[in-house]
Design a protein around this ligand. Structure first.
Ligand code: NI
Length: 396
């Protein structure tokens, strides 16, 4: 299946001279994106995807190299300090509920976050720059990254030298709640630090009719869940966002049995790495304190994964300026509200200056389901404006 005729979209968007570099590739890019959508691959298993990317890059004259297993890197333009652009490639363990032709062909796997689109945007940028030949004034590096979804692929790429010779980096995420042709960015924290905790509240089981002979872990677990909420509402500065969410709670087998233990797990999100550590320590203290008061014990594990994705002011301002130039002043929020979602782009931003931004992906007549929904699909109308944005950023 091919996309709409070149020139026909995105609807209502003005032409820009840079689009001449993109439009010749657009039909092929739409087909490429939908092919990836049909064949989603989970973190560090992006073998087919990486192969397709390499094939297309090589056909356009690029040399490619592998990084972080299934990651692919290519350079364009002259040697010297480079601007890196990043596209993540992995899919999610989710059953797609869409009925269109390019729906997932793999049970239980789905491109539900639009990384098929991000990969295609980066490839489209590489194809457009290849046709520009030797006229690039500064070097560009394309980072096709594996395992954004919980695998910290960006961290591995950094460790394997993907940023060597890179002086700044840009990355984007499609954002289905904003219309196509809009940009959201901000200086400082753009996305949250994420951590997870798991705990086992251990008591002593017994007959439900004789609680005095048991140590009830269900009552203790219920208190822990309730009191942990006070860590945000009572201990955290009201202007410093934080989330403590319990995502699982399991215990018991029958109505008349007090179980031996209850397991709980959850996530902590903050816009400040130190605050994430503090909250994790406090959840543990609350759990130990509450359970200790009832004579129960706690096994606790806390794991910080992605740090805060914090934009560098100069690059964030550049993204806003370029967005205004390309899409109009009203199309850009330079003070985008951060989200409490997390992103491993954070590891790149810890190494070199750069910015991460959202590009609107919604349009009338689409379901516009949010990322990670079983009804989500990347909007192909975003390919052209997203590539235009990358092309302009590397030259700005
Ligand atoms: Ni994503």
């Amino acid at each position: 299946m091919t996309g709409p005729a070149p020139g026909a979209y995105p609807p209502g968007m003005n032409d820009h001279p840079l689009d001449a570099l993109v439009r010749p590739h657009l039909d092929r890019l739409v087909a490429f994106r939908r092919d990836l959508h049909r064949h989603p691959e989970l973190k560090y298993e992006e073998h087919r995807t990486a192969g397709k990317v390499e094939e297309a890059l090589k056909a356009a004259g690029y040399e490619t190299r592998r990084c972080a297993g299934t990651g692919v890197i290519a350079d364009a333009g002259p040697p010297g300090p480079r601007t890196a652009l990043r596209g993540d490639m992995d899919a999610l363990p989710l059953e797609e509920r869409n009925g269109f032709d390019h729906r997932s062909t793999v049970p239980g796997r789905m491109h539900a976050c639009g990384h098929d689109g991000h990969t295609t945007i980066l490839l489209g940028t590489a194809l457009a720059l290849a046709s520009r030949g030797g006229t690039l004034r500064r070097g560009v590096r394309f980072l096709f990254q594996p395992a954004e979804e919980g695998g910290a692929g960006a961290k591995r790429m950094v460790e394997e030298g993907a940023l060597d010779g890179v002086e700044r980096i840009f990355g984007m995420h499609n954002w289905p709640i904003f219309p196509v042709g809009t940009v959201g960015v901000r200086p400082g924290p753009m996305m949250a630090a994420a951590a997870l905790f798991e705990m086992k509240v251990v008591g002593r089981g017994g007959h439900g009719s004789q609680p005095q002979e048991a140590k009830d872990p269900i009552l203790a677990a219920a208190q822990v869940v309730t009191l942990a909420q006070a860590l945000v509402s009572r201990e955290t500065h009201p202007l410093k966002p934080a989330v403590v969410t319990f995502g699982t709670i399991h215990g018991g087998t029958a109505t008349n049995i007090i179980p031996d233990f209850v397991t709980l797990s959850g996530t902590i999100r903050t816009l400040d790495d130190a605050q994430a550590d503090r909250l994790g320590a406090r959840v543990e203290e609350v759990a130990r304190g509450v359970c200790g008061a009832f004579g129960l014990s706690v096994e606790f594990r806390y794991h910080r994964y992605y740090p805060v994705t914090s934009n560098h002011p100069e690059e964030a301002a550049l993204v806003a300026r370029v967005g205004e130039e390309l899409f109009g002043k009203g199309a850009v929020s330079g003070e985008q509200l951060p989200t409490m979602g997390a992103e491993d782009f954070s590891y790149f931003l810890q190494k070199v200056p750069g910015a991460y931004y959202f590009l609107g992906g919604s349009a009338p007549g689409r379901t516009n389901a949010m990322c990670h929904s079983t009804e989500y699909d990347f909007n192909d109308d975003l390919l052209l404006p997203a590539i235009r944005m990358y092309l302009r950023l590397v030259e700005a």
